[in-house]
Design a protein around this ligand. Structure first.
Ligand code: EPZ
Length: 420
């Protein structure tokens, strides 16, 4: 299994091009199942997750080809069954359920099961499908959803931690081919949901209100093929902004969307890292010494849970007490014990981590546990004195395109190699 060997202490300098968004590309690729005509999706990041989604689409009978960041999908004929061996490897694959139910009026998809950051149930997805008239049966680890016809309805999709991103995506896709009007209340407002709605409307759907808590879908008879360019990855962009601050460097992001990063830029500014626009680009640099800062993760447009770990790495370097509260996922502090191996002083109290910052970090071998935790360990390794080996970076490759190559271009001393 691959690992990164990082020799830290080098301020990052230069430009980095931000890739397309993983979390927008996955539901958009699944949406191609809604039509029997070809779809072309550009700026799809080349990641193990997007490659995996293409494999799942092929297992359903579609063709899906990758070429230079463009994915061509043709779901001429599809079957409504996705097995456990495929779905268990990537939770995001649950977003094939809505398109299959809409197109075939039946979908048999394995329950994704929990993951290391939380239980992650799909009860809200199923509540949405049932509100459109689908019969839901859970048996032998599979969800069977079926309906003679789907009929538009109003549904409230707010849950324990607020809205659900992929739940909103799934119900929105199922509603596109339903009879009548569907109103999704407490919908997720993430830019990835807006980008999906834009693609669906390009296919002939009638969706309004995406990006607000109330999304309205007027069902149509049929959808056609379409072309789309995926939005830039705001989580990858945030990761590089944090890395610039943690290494006391100066990094220019090419292709990021500033309007998607306001909560992150605000907290970085508070912590002593300036994030400024320069024409279409974003530049991050330290303003002087780092400051302790409190963070609470929230649904969009609040501070994203997918940047919590990276921000924790930065705040271990800021003198004083920072309190980081995770409100979205129950167990998203797996990186804490690994950061402690680099000398960080962090205590967990219920949903919060209390970071006593300011002590310099020193390199050590560490183990990645999930996608964003691995990004946090890379940032800590870049800031630490000496060598850090980050093991199990297959987690990182799921969501970051060529991270080591991009960091090397910014002056980082990082090598990909065989790990534990
Ligand atoms: C999406 O996951 C992202 N994944 C996650 O990014 C991200 O962390 C998350 O949204 C929140 O922003 C993709 O887009 C592929 P949710 P999703 O449903 O849609 C609870 C990354 O690092 N919930 O919005 O699966 C759930 O348990 C990944 O790129 C229910 O209770 O997340 C959680 O506590 C990690 N019932 C909260 O809602 C449901 O039916 C938010 O989850 C659905 C969710």
């Amino acid at each position: 299994m691959d690992s990164f060997l990082i020799r830290g202490g080098v301020p990052l300098h230069g430009e980095v091009a931000i890739s397309g968004s993983k979390n927008a590309a996955l539901p958009i690729m699944a949406a191609a199942l809604l039509t029997d005509e070809p779809c072309v999706i550009r700026r799809v990041p080349d990641l193990s997750d997007t490659r995996f989604m293409a494999k799942i689409l092929e297992s359903l009978g579609a063709t899906a080809t990758f070429e230079d960041g463009t994915v061509s999908i043709h779901a001429k004929k599809v079957r409504g069954y996705a097995d456990y061996e495929l779905v268990r490897k990537m939770r995001g694959s649950i977003c094939i359920a809505g398109p299959l139910l809409a197109r075939l009026h039946k979908a048999r998809v394995s329950l994704p099961g929990g993951c290391i950051i939380g239980a992650r149930p799909i009860n809200l997805h199923l509540k949405g499908f049932a509100s459109l008239g689908a019969k839901i049966k859970i048996e032998n680890g599979y969800v069977d959803a079926s309906a003679k016809k789907l009929v538009g309805n109003s549904v409230f999709l707010g849950g324990r931690a607020g809205p659900t991103v992929l739940g909103t995506a799934n119900v929105m896709m199922a509603a596109t081919l339903s009879e009548g009007i569907t109103v999704i209340e407490s919908a997720a407002c993430e830019p990835e949901v807006v980008d999906l709605a834009k693609f669906l409307n390009a296919m002939g759907a009638q969706i309004s209100g995406a990006g607000s808590p109330t999304v309205t879908v007027t069902g149509v008879e049929k959808l056609h093929g379409a072309e789309h360019e995926v939005i830039p990855d705001r989580i990858e962009a945030a990761t590089f902004l944090v890395a610039a601050g943690a290494t006391n460097g100066e990094v220019t992001l090419k292709g990021a969307r500033a309007e998607h990063l306001r909560a992150v830029a605000d907290k970085l500014n508070e912590a002593g890292v300036a994030v400024e626009r320069s024409g279409p680009d974003l530049i991050a640099r330290r303003k002087g010494k780092l400051n302790a800062s409190d963070i609470t993760t929230l649904p969009y447009a609040g501070f994203p849970t997918d940047v919590q770990a990276q921000m924790m790495s930065l705040l271990t370097l800021a003198p004083g007490i920072s309190i980081i509260t995770e409100r979205i996922f129950e167990s998203r502090f797996m990186h804490v014990s690994e950061l402690a191996r680099l000398g960080a002083d962090i205590e967990i109290e219920g949903p919060s981590a209390i970071v006593k910052g300011g002590k310099p970090l020193s390199g050590a071998p560490v183990m990645a546990s999930d996608l964003r935790a691995s990004a946090a360990l890379v940032i800590a390794g870049l800031a630490a004195k000496g060598a850090t080996q980050v093991n199990r970076i297959y987690h990182l490759d799921r969501g970051y395109e060529q991270m080591d190559i991009k960091l090397k271009k910014l002056g980082a001393r990082i090598e990909r190699g065989a790990g534990d």
